[in-house]
Design a protein around this ligand. Structure first.
Ligand code: PMT
Length: 240
């Protein structure tokens, strides 16, 4: 006898390692979600750049999860080697300045989720030609990049929810709560980086979400499942 459709989908999802929800949950239908993901590269000269270890896995999983919940999703991606989730519109960028421009070009939106590891500093003036070695040491002149998340929270009209991430190596909860307030966010997701089994590059993560008067620690595990857990929380906070 043929199994129920939900059982077939669940079985397929399990065999492919996908986190596809067995039940069609379209709680975000009719909403537009902008997700940023991956690192940014800040060019020093034509051959070198300042970057970071973000793989984009967390942000891409979130974009995929939001899409499966029925949202229209724009994924602004730094330089990563990942396939675009089905049904997601992807905009590739390289630098923090390009990510800033692409995020604002993707608005209006209902939800912004900033999972990208955006550079805080960029070279004041990238060298036109390859920097040649001369002295024993080299000082770089760096200037602040725009804080995309703060500007989104302050400026973007019509947003129902602004979600940030905090990647920390120490005092994770304290720094995350500080960013929640300083950047005027609705929700912040804290994760520890610099550890082997989570944070950057890993397929696994451990995350706690904070909002003004609450918090939720998710069961550590695959970024794909954690993305689903986060989207579930976002749906709850939209209704709160
Ligand atoms: O990509 P993976 O390998 O899967 O790793 C996942 C992750 C660890 C990168 C991800 O889960 C994560 O924590 N992303 C945010 C990393 C980060 O840059 O955190 P932050 O604490 O430095 O920044 C705080 C927030 O401000 C972030 O939402 C960031 O997107 C945003 N920001 C920061 C600087 C800037 N100039 N503009 C920003 O929008």
């Amino acid at each position: 006898r043929l199994s129920e459709p939900e059982a077939i989908i669940a079985s397929l999802a399990a065999s492919t390692g996908s986190s596809a929800s067995p039940v069609a949950n379209r709680a975000l239908a009719g909403l537009r979600v902008v997700v940023s993901a991956g690192p940014t590269y800040e060019d020093l000269d034509p051959v070198r750049y300042l970057g970071n270890r973000s793989s984009g896995k967390m942000g891409f999983a979130i974009a995929d999860s939001a899409r499966r919940r029925g949202a229209e999703v724009v994924l602004v991606a730094g330089p990563v080697h990942l396939a675009t989730p089905p049904g997601v519109r992807r905009v590739d960028v390289r630098s923090a300045a390009q990510m800033h421009q692409a995020v604002f070009a993707a608005f209006p939106a209902d939800i912004y989720i900033g999972a990208a590891a955006v550079a805080d500093y960029t070279p004041r003036m990238p060298a036109a030609n390859k920097i040649k070695k001369s002295n024993e040491s080299l000082a770089l002149d760096l200037v602040r990049t725009p804080d995309i998340l703060s500007e989104v929270a302050a400026q973007a009209e019509g947003l129902k929810l602004v979600v940030g991430f905090a990647a920390e190596t120490e005092n994770v909860a304290g720094y995350a709560r500080g960013k929640l307030v300083a950047k005027h966010l609705d929700l912040i997701v804290a994760n520890r980086v610099g550890v082997a089994d989570g944070g950057f590059e890993s397929d696994q993560n451990a995350m706690t979400a904070y909002w003004q008067d609450g918090e939720r620690t998710f069961t550590p595990g695959a970024k794909t499942r954690l993305a689903d857990d986060l989207i579930d929380l976002i749906v709850e906070r939209l209704d709160a």
